[in-house]
Design a protein around this ligand. Structure first.
Ligand SMILES: O=C(O)[C@H]1O[C@H](OP(=O)(O)OP(=O)(O)OC[C@H]2O[C@@H](n3ccc(=O)[nH]c3=O)[C@H](O)[C@@H]2O)[C@H](O)[C@@H](O)[C@@H]1O
Length: 585
């Protein structure tokens, strides 16, 4: 045997060493790659967010119903809301929580649109006592853990990949959320004991190329025009299967172009407003032979009522331990507004409200999933779940403007627009009634609401567009109205003390606005103090009902109106969002 020269040995040794080094690096690379690529719910740092006594406590606490002692605890609802940080999910969660239901949210905070808006909605929900678990509906381990912690009576499934046109860009995300995610959720629900009743979001888009109007639940839905629609239609069929095999009670809701405060930035009304204010051109689609494209735009508050109606009329699931014990309820309802509005009309409403002429470009509707029109027949939803939409587009858009969350604070429009918006807006009667129904004393509110709404509008617009001078002007005007009432001889010492307190608070607000380019977090603290002052003013107003001097009553009522408008404003969801975004800038 001939010895190999030692140089060869050395060379081989070097070669294997560098090979080892090479493969180690490749291996390390893979580890690093997978570590960073793994979905958020699987990463160790995210996992540590869940589990643990604190987390379990938050889930259980949020899930605990709180009803007045008179209502029956047998009907106690514990609802899991998926997509709770989303537009519809946030509104529905708040409504459920406010009426006393136990609510736990679930959301994956994906980046389809700016997650800071979802975080801002989460802050809002936290203040309402709703805890949102960060996780994906495809994470069956997490879902099972939630069902172990809480015996959910209902699931309000609103998590989905939304948007019609985006399906051309990212088809996989629709399959992941709207099909795989739905199956994952149904799988866990079917095995849960007891099985929850499920209400979930389908879509008007399932009607696709159907041309029979208005769309009835009995009409054909086998011609989807987009992959989005196809995944929602698939969801309806999957629902049928789980109802049939496992006895799950399932209600699908076909939403028709939902809009409103805290809305989605990918929707046309949202980016139209933004672009109109920025002076950017907007594209308005039209159909063949210059026909208009129309949508049955539906206001969020109406949708929320429909969701609650569906939940309250949902019968229990019949299965147990993954086995069907008898036939279960399976329903599908249209939740629309029953009055389609051409997109060009939406744009003219926005132009009128914003007092800015849009730069319009009329384009043929691209064939990327859109349909020409939608129009809901809601007779079945009215009959079965008491659904009665009451908001026309004009009114809804004003509401949206007053309490809006449009992410347009980066836009600076000339102050003249703000002044005109604040002072000259026609406030429809219906809006006043709707607005006052949300206050403590609707008939009293009615006397002042028009002014209040105008004040909201001005204040909100001023802050939204960062024209703080106007915000200061409004604060100063409110303060001087208080001072005026102080001079009234009929005002009692107790009332004077409350008014003085408010004037002091307004002064702080003024200073806060004057001292910085953007209002600081102090503003919220001041707002909370203002709320306390406002509460004591309400008490004064109640005392005044027996006051002999009607003029004094009138002036104090005015003061109360202003105090409350400001208090409501400071508390408004918009402001929280404004601060959130401002911090980011
Ligand atoms: O009803 C539904 O089920 C669907 O409603 C909306 O979808 P869509 O009606 O297309 O809402 P937008 O994207 O806000 O579009 C509204 C209208 O504006 C039109 N449009 C949109 C964008 C644009 O640049 N120009 C334009 O004219 C569209 O053709 C459409 O008629 C939601 O985005 C979907 O997630 C939802 O499922």
């Amino acid at each position: 045997m001939v010895d190999k020269p030692s140089s060869i040995h050395r060379a081989r040794y070097h070669f294997s060493l560098s090979k080892l080094l090479f493969w180690s690096l490749v291996f390390l690379g893979f580890i690093v790659f997978f570590f960073f690529r793994s979905p958020p719910s699987a990463s160790p740092s995210r996992r540590s967010l869940r589990g643990g006594a604190g987390w379990e406590n938050s889930v259980r606490q949020s899930a605990t119903p709180r009803y007045s002692s008179s209502s029956s605890s047998a009907k106690a609802r514990r609802v899991l809301v998926t997509g709770a940080a989303g537009f519809v999910g946030a509104h529905v969660s708040i409504a459920l929580k406010r009426r006393g239901d136990g609510v736990v949210g679930l959301d994956n905070y994906n980046k389809y649109y700016d997650p800071s808006l979802k975080r801002a909605r989460t802050d809002l929900l936290r203040r309402e006592g709703v805890f949102i678990v960060e996780g994906d509906i495809n994470d069956a381990v997490l879902l099972r853990e939630l069902f172990r912690l809480v015996k959910f009576t209902h699931v309000m499934h609103l998590a989905a990949q939304a948007g019609v046109r985006y399906a051309m860009k990212n088809p996989a995300s629709y399959v992941h959320s709207n099909i795989a995610g739905l199956v994952s959720l149904f799988e866990v629900c079917k095995s849960a004991n007891p099985q929850p009743a499920i209400v979930w979001a389908s879509s008007s888009s399932v009607y696709g190329l159907n041309s029979k109007v208005p769309f009835s639940e009995k009409d054909r839905t086998d011609q989807p025009a987009s992959l989005y629609a196809a995944t929602k239609k698939a969801g309806e069929e999957i629902a049928h299967t789980y109802n049939h095999i496992y006895g799950l009670s399932i209600t699908g809701l076909r939403f028709f172009t939902v809009y409103g405060p805290w809305g989605r930035p990918d929707m046309a009304y949202f980016f139209f407003t933004k672009d109109i204010l920025k002076g950017k051109q907007i594209s308005i689609f039209e159909g063949p032979n210059h026909s208009s494209v129309a949508r049955d735009f539906t206001y969020i508050d109406d949708i929320v009522k429909g969701c609650l109606g569906a939940l309250d009329t949902a019968k229990k699931s019949t299965g147990s331990g993954g086995k069907k014990m008898g036939p279960a309820q399976l329903r599908v309802f249209n939740l629309g507004n029953t009055s389609p509005v051409p997109v060009s009309k939406l744009v003219s409403i926005l132009e009128k409200l914003l007092k800015v002429k849009a730069k319009k470009k009329i384009l043929p509707m691209p064939s990327n999933g859109d349909v020409l029109f939608t129009h809901a027949n809601i007779s079945s939803a009215t009959r079965e779940i008491g659904y009665k939409p009451s908001t026309d587009l004009q009114t809804g858009v004003i509401f949206m403007n007053v309490f809006s969350t449009l992410t347009i604070i980066d836009v600076v429009v000339p102050p003249v627009n703000i002044a005109t918006m604040a002072s000259s807006e026609e406030v429809p009667e219906k809006l006043v009634t709707e607005f006052c129904s949300k206050t403590k004393d609707p008939s009293f509110c009615h006397n002042f609401a028009k002014g209040d709404i105008q004040t909201f509008l001005g204040m909100e617009t001023a802050l939204r567009t960062k024209v703080l001078d106007t915000a200061i002007d409004i604060t100063t005007a409110s303060k001087s109205a208080f001072s005026g009432a102080l001079g009234d001889k009929q005002v009692t010492e107790k009332e004077k003390a409350a008014i003085q307190q408010c004037i002091g608070l307004y002064t702080k607000v003024e200073q806060s606005l004057q001292s910085s380019a953007s209002p600081s977090a102090d503003f919220i603290a001041i707002g909370q103090k203002l709320q306390v002052a406002g509460e004591s003013l309400w008490q004064c107003q109640m005392d005044l009902h027996s006051h002999p001097n009607h003029e004094a009553i009138a002036s104090l009522k005015m003061v109360n109106g202003l105090a409350n408008s400001f208090v409501s404003y400071v508390q408004s969801e918009f402001y929280a969002h404004y601060l959130q975004l401002n911090r980011k800038n």
